[in-house]
Each structure stands twice: as C-alpha cells, then as structure tokens.
Design a protein around this ligand. Sequence first.
Ligand code: 48F
Length: 259
Amino acid sequence: MEYTISKAICERWFEKLQDNLQTDVVIVGGGPSGLICAAELAANGIKTCLIEGKLAPGGGMWGGAMLFNTIVVQSEVLPILDRYGISYRQAEQGFYTVDAVEATSALIYRAAHEGAAIFSGISMEDVLHKDERVCGVVINWTPVAKLGMHVDPLSLCSTIVLDATGHPSEVVSVLTRKNPVQLNLPGNTMAYEGSMNAEAGEKACVEYTGEIYPGLYVSGMAACGVSGSNRMGPIFGGMLLSGVKAATLIRQSLAGGRQ
Ligand code: 48F
C-alpha cells in the first residue's frame, strides 16, 4: 500500500511540474492579488502556474490586522465577493468586514479549482531575461534557500510573469539588480514603498497594476511599492481589483500575440 501511495503522489506531482515547465503565465506569490489573478486567468483557459514560497498560499490575508483575522473591503468589490461566494457584513458607510479565513480559502480554492497549477514551498530566486524580455522564472525549494544549500535551480518558461510578491516586490528587485533595465514606471526605475496612507495606497495599487517591462507585470502591494506609492494596511479591495485588472491586461496581451 505504501508503495502505491508514494507512486501515485510522485506520478501526479511530476506530471504537474512537467506540464508547467512552459506556460502562458507564471504568477510569483499567492497573496490575494496573485490568487485572484490565477483564478481569473485559469477560468478563461489561460495556462497559469502560481509559485508560493510558503507552505500555504494566502499571503497577508490570513492575518487580517495584527492577527485579528478580519479584513475590510469597500463596496465596489462586493460583486467580486459575490462571484467568489465570500460573505460580508456592512460596517461604516461604504465599508464591509469579511472573515479573513473564508476570503483567503475561497481565493485559494477557486484558483486551484479553475485549473491554475499551484506550487507551494517553492521560491522564485531569479528571472529568465533574454532579448530584453522577461520570459520565465528560476525556482528552488524555499528550505534550500533558507538553509543556504548550494543547489542549482530549475527554470519555468512563460510568455508572461506576474510579480505578486507583495511588499518586497521580489521579481522586479531581482530583475533590476541583475540587469540594466528601464522600467515603465515614474522615473523609469523601481521606487520604494511609502508609509501608510490607505486612500492613496488603495488607488495606486490598481492604477500601477500592469506591464512594467516586456513580459513582466506587477500587481497588488508589489505594484504599489515599485511605483513609490503608500502601503494601505488591512483593507483588501485594492488587492482584489488589482488581481482582476492584471488578469484582464494579461488576457488582452496574450490574445493580441496569438492573432
Ligand atoms: O503580501 P501578499 O499578500 O501580496 P498581495 O497580493 O497582498 C498584499 C496584502 O496581503 C497586504 C496588504 C493589504 O492591503 O498590504 O500586504 O500584494 O502575498 C505575497 C506572497 O508572495 C510570496 C509570499 O510568501 C506571499 O505569500 N512570495 C514572496 N516572495 C516570493 C514569494 C518568492 N520569491 N517566491 C515565491 N513566493
């Protein structure tokens, strides 16, 4: 029996890995913006793979604020919550509270159920950068990186990479650290996140969601940070709107390329 269990897991997992060595989209980071983007892309037939460095996807949504696992959203995202079967309760005018566990698990379930391939415990450590375009990511086991083991990585090739790594904007950081690139951002360069300002941050994370270098998109807190905008704390409407916007832009780009 043990042999059968182990063989079944290995066969299925390696089939998933092999099937995703070349994809349409690699999303780095399984926070709210990456997860909802993965769900929207996969639901529309885009071959999508999501890499999450930790064991469980969900990013900063599980913890609410200061471990009070409740989040706040604005009325404009209620249609998205309805679409994802996430319940909410009215707070002050225009604001709603949502159970962080229900919201996070719903996003994870939908991304996986729609067919996005989710790999956890695997971190992006570099990008593939050829002919002035990002065309994939370099990955390794998170524990390998944490233990400082000298182990070479594997690569995932893709038409598009989305940096959804939140505050550290790790994909953009590694691209700019290793390559002399100009980004489609104010000042053509990567900026750093400003202090808390919920109104400004919520607006900026949607506004700056998009392609900042050929093949490389940013969403969520990464979009906010690299554009030099503010953090916004435990309000998550902007994250959901950003992920949906990223999916729409990526779909348009892929559809244009296939004509
Ligand atoms: O930070 P995170 O939740 O990203 P987000 O979608 O949402 C931000 C909010 O949670 C919060 C906020 C709310 O208003 O400000 O911060 O922008 O999730 C980012 C995910 O990326 C993973 C990380 O473990 C987290 O789950 N991640 C970060 N770096 C890497 C990575 C990496 N190099 N490889 C793989 N995953």
